[in-house]
Design a protein around this ligand. Structure first.
Ligand SMILES: [Zn+2]
Length: 219
């Protein structure tokens, strides 16, 4: 064990300096009492930096190729847009990583908005509201229920996010009724699932839902 001559204490672990007086410790180091934890954040950051560098490189290569073959139109802008969207969704996930249900609901919103924008700027074909919106919001509903079970997320906050997600189903009903949606099957499924989910929440957790809503919105 290491030893501080000044304070007369023995120090476990591989410290170089005394925790009390900061003097240099003498003697043989011995393994500390605590297991060493891997630095997840640092590993995280390394992978993110690699990803950032490769996406910048991909963008530059595409811009250069596009400049060389100008006759094919400005396709590199799509690559740039795609990379920007990827970083936005990734950034959101990393920024809010502590609160899983909240992150997922925000992700769904962001993905939906980005898809509608892509659809709009690539000559509206309706794939964003026909397929992406219903499938993504149905998916997140299922995942939310499972996260609640797996990670023991407080049921209160989960209820709010489930409600938000179910409301997205209602929005799709509006889109369906106004004739914006041309392929009705996925949206119909989503509206059905959302309606059943809302009903289930009100029937089984009605009190909790009203408590949670009044707490959050001061109704
Ligand atoms: Zn000391």
């Amino acid at each position: 064990m290491k030893y501080c001559e000044k304070c007369g204490i023995s120090v476990r672990g591989e410290r170089e300096h005394c925790p009390l007086c900061n003097a240099v410790l003498h003697g043989e180091a011995e393994p500390g009492g605590f297991p060493k934890l891997p630095n997840v954040r640092r590993e995280h950051r390394l992978w993110l930096s690699i990803l950032a560098l490769s996406s910048v490189a991909a963008c530059i290569v595409c811009l250069l190729l596009n400049f060389l073959f100008r006759s094919r139109g400005l396709w590199s802008l799509f690559v740039l847009g795609g990379v920007a969207c990827m970083w936005m969704t990734l950034g959101l996930a990393l920024y809010k990583e502590r609160n899983i249900p909240k992150t997922m609901v925000w992700e769904v919103f962001l993905i939906a908005v980005l898809c509608v924008l892509w659809d709009y700027f690539t000559g509206w074909r309706g794939w964003s509201i026909n397929y992406v919106l219903p499938i993504v919001s149905m998916g997140v509903m299922v995942v939310l229920v499972f996260t609640c079970r797996l990670f023991h997320v407080a049921a209160g906050s989960l209820i709010v996010y489930l409600m938000v997600d179910a409301l997205m189903g209602v929005v799709q009903l509006v889109l369906l009724l106004t004739g914006c949606i041309t392929v009705p099957l996925p949206s119909l499924l989503c509206v059905g699932v959302s309606a059943v989910m809302l009903a289930a929440m009100l029937i089984f957790r009605g009190k909790k839902v009203s408590e949670e809503l009044s707490r959050r919105f001061h109704v």
